[in-house]
Design a protein around this ligand. Structure first.
Ligand code: NAD
Ligand code: IPM
Ligand code: MN
Length: 367
């Protein structure tokens, strides 16, 4: 059988820096576990714009459709702020999500014990936290028509449209319930059914799907109250399912429950391919962090944990995913810290590659 294929798109800013550490870990799996991937690398975002005048070349898009999984670093940066909206780096990422039809974006927020003091919230609020936000990723206000900036009378109007079909809600709800069945058997759906028709439909469809999962306890929250509850007592949640925009906001907020945005991985999954595995793109939740790019300060853990999600969801390597997650837990317990996690006494400050070294050493020790 041929090796599983992986397309790596490091992107911009800290993207290539954190991805370099993931490449070392991929090599480790080849050398030490006989898990060899056919890895190819290409450009996305500003890097692709600089070379091709587009944030995602058609050939790259075609490659992404063919591989078993895509791993992406981050896109964007101030250098590209002046570009026309249609060729901004972020459009490349949005095109990948849309054309691969990656409708279920899994954003886990787990608080490692060693980092319980790093959250801006009290330790007992976050210690032991393990929640999963399922964000709808291919529809809603990000993609709804009409959109644009138009002239109306003597002024301009900016327009975006929130739009959800029943089938779009149904399929992401199913992903959330399926995940809940393998976790704590609770789903909380968040929308604003009090002010938005799309929210009313969202609640109705999620409730219908929920009837097929009688073992799962379903609750509903208005997304604003949900944001408050996420800060007040996040451990009340198991799986949260929500739309594209609310999911974007809630997952960044959830990042702070784990201590740093540099800790949060994600998996974006679509329908199963011919081999039964879902189309998939894995990426950290964070962006290109222009404020620290090029300084060796970035925390590579979110990107490494995204690769762990790829091992689990695309390559049936749950035990190896756990090995990698455990290695990270060990490193953090040993006090190894990138700059975003500094502040305690006795910690060992490391650079991006220093964190990679520590994770590799912990992987070696796991054998
Ligand atoms: P950001 O996530 O890049 O940075 C926010 C803050 O978190 C910064 O202070 C940054 O230094 C810090 N941070 C982020 N990741 C970190 C890491 N791994 N280690 C240590 N610190 C980290 O968000 P932003 O500043 O709002 O956006 C910058 C650019 O990234 C924009 O162009 C934006 O559109 C883009 N962006 C891309 C993605 C993506 O590619 N998936 C996601 C979010 C933002
Ligand atoms: C994310 C980012 C993206 C989004 C941007 C960069 C397009 O913020 O992945 O969370 O808004 O979805
Ligand atoms: Mn975001």
């Amino acid at each position: 059988m041929s090796n599983p294929s992986l397309l790596i798109l490091p992107g911009d800013g800290i993207g290539p820096e954190v991805m370099a550490e993931v490449r070392r870990i991929i090599d480790w799996y080849g050398d030490k576990r006989g898990l060899t991937f056919d890895v190819s690398e290409d450009l996305v975002g500003g890097a692709a714009y600089d070379k091709h005048g587009t944030p995602l070349h058609d050939d790259t898009m075609a490659k992404a459709q063919e591989v078993d999984a895509v791993l992406l670093g981050a896109v964007g940066g101030p250098k590209y702020d002046v570009l026309d909206f249609s060729v901004k780096p972020e459009r490349g990422l949005l095109r990948l999500r849309k054309e691969m039809d990656l409708y279920a974006n899994l954003r886990p927020a787990q608080c490692f014990d060693a980092l319980a003091d790093f959250s801006s919230l009290k330790k007992d609020v976050v210690a032991g936290l393990d929640i999963m936000i399922v964000r709808e990723l291919t529809s809603g206000i990000y993609f709804g028509e009409p959109r644009g900036i138009i002239e109306e009378g003597n002024e301009r109007v900016g327009i975006n449209t929130q739009r959800y079909t029943e089938s779009e809600i149904d399929r992401v709800a199913r992903s959330a319930f399926e995940l809940a069945m393998r976790r704590g058997k609770k789903v909380c759906s968040m929308e604003k059914a009090n002010v938005m028709e799309s929210g009313i439909l969202w609640r109705e469809v999620v409730t219908e799907v929920g009837k097929e999962y009688p073992e799962v306890e379903l609750s509903h929250m208005y997304a604003d109250a949900g944001a408050m509850q996420l800060c007040r007592w996040p451990k009340q949640f198991d799986v949260i399912v929500t739309d594209n925009l609310f999911g974007d906001l809630l997952s960044d907020a959830a990042a702070m429950l784990t201590g740093s945005l540099g800790m949060l991985p994600s998996a974006s999954l679509g329908a199963p391919m011919a081999n039964g595995r879902p189309k998939a793109l894995y990426e950290p939740v964070h962006g290109s962090a222009p404020d620290i790019a090029g300084q060796g300060k970035a925390n590579p853990i979110a990107c490494v944990l995204s690769f762990a999600m790829a091992l689990r969801y695309s390559f049936d390597q749950g035990a190896e995913a756990e090995r990698l997650e455990k290695a990270i837990e060990t490193v953090l317990a040993d006090g190894v810290r990138t700059a975003d996690l500094l502040g305690e006494e006795g910690a060992t400050p490391v650079s991006t590659s220093g964190m990679g070294d520590a994770i590799l050493a912990a992987l070696d020790a796991s054998l």
